[in-house]
Ligand binder design. Sequence first.
Ligand SMILES: Cc1cc2nc3c(=O)[nH]c(=O)nc-3n(C[C@H](O)[C@H](O)[C@H](O)COP(=O)(O)OP(=O)(O)OC[C@H]3O[C@@H](n4cnc5c(N)ncnc54)[C@H](O)[C@@H]3O)c2cc1C
Length: 306
Amino acid sequence: MTNNTDVIIIGAGAAGLMAAVSASSSGKKCIVLEKNNIPGKKLLITGKGRCNITNDADIDEIIRNFPGNGKFLYSTLYTFSNRDLLNFFSEYGLKTKTERGGRIFPESDKAQDVVRALMKAVERYKVTMIYNTAVKELIIENGKVIGVKTANDQVYYANSVIIATGGKSYPRTGSTGDGYVLAKQAGHTVIPPEPALVPLYTVETFVKDLMGLSLRNVAVTFYDPDGNKIWSDFGELLFTHFGISGPTVLTGSRMIADYKYKGCKTVIDLKPALDEKKLDARILRDFEKYSNKQYKNALGICCPPK
Ligand SMILES: Cc1cc2nc3c(=O)[nH]c(=O)nc-3n(C[C@H](O)[C@H](O)[C@H](O)COP(=O)(O)OP(=O)(O)OC[C@H]3O[C@@H](n4cnc5c(N)ncnc54)[C@H](O)[C@@H]3O)c2cc1C
């Protein structure tokens, strides 16, 4: 059996659904092929189920805060900004709220409502959604992609094919890296993907005893195996049963992806606002103040866990 359309979109995640809305709203007939039985499976787990949709910062600030090559985002964000996104969601009934740090979430705190809004848009433009259908290869003729073949040997033809299959993280959501294979098939060069926004394993096992302990206002610095400083940040760090996590570690993790099998040193400065001399004076002052307490109890008062 063959099927013809203007645009085939592979993947019904955030990117695929937005691509479908964009193409169909300009009059193209679209088919979305999704391997799961529902759309937006990964979206549902974002922001711990609340989906941090965007940030209310201006575009320059977003780009400044983007680790790595932020300038890459200029044309994207000036074509469709964070404000455009919020207007889009508002049009489809999604109410939002702004939290600390300018982070924007659905008012309901439910990522499901974000998927629902996207699906409302998709339905408005009569996009054909086909679930339980994994694309296994592109059909290429005379150097042009003209369609796709699915795992159950169905063939779909289109003038354009958009790969929106996501990356490789959380494969149980459907993002198993198929897009890299398909892009390669179309002649693209694929740079080996690296992990980002991930917690880190530590060699030291004592961290297990600290599991759940969250430190605030600490400085976290990563050093390469030769002792060179790679990256540093200030903020929160969390101990887990296997290592370290929390905002500072998640943000910095991409900076040490190259060393993932070699190991890096992490230094946590619990009092980054104090230099060595001031810290020494502060500790001596505190120990004097709590001299009638046991050592470990005095420590608990000086540096209480947050
Ligand atoms: C735990 C976690 C929390 C996150 N929290 C946030 C957050 O709060 N805010 C934020 O902005 N981002 C967050 N992200 C990142 C965000 O989830 C991704 O950036 C986003 O989902 C990417 O969208 P996508 O459409 O490109 O890919 P995906 O959402 O991965 O969608 C790809 C879709 O393609 C389908 N697919 C794959 N291969 C095939 C195939 N061969 N045939 C057919 N279908 C296929 C998949 O099943 C999937 O549905 C989070 C990510 C994780 C893992």
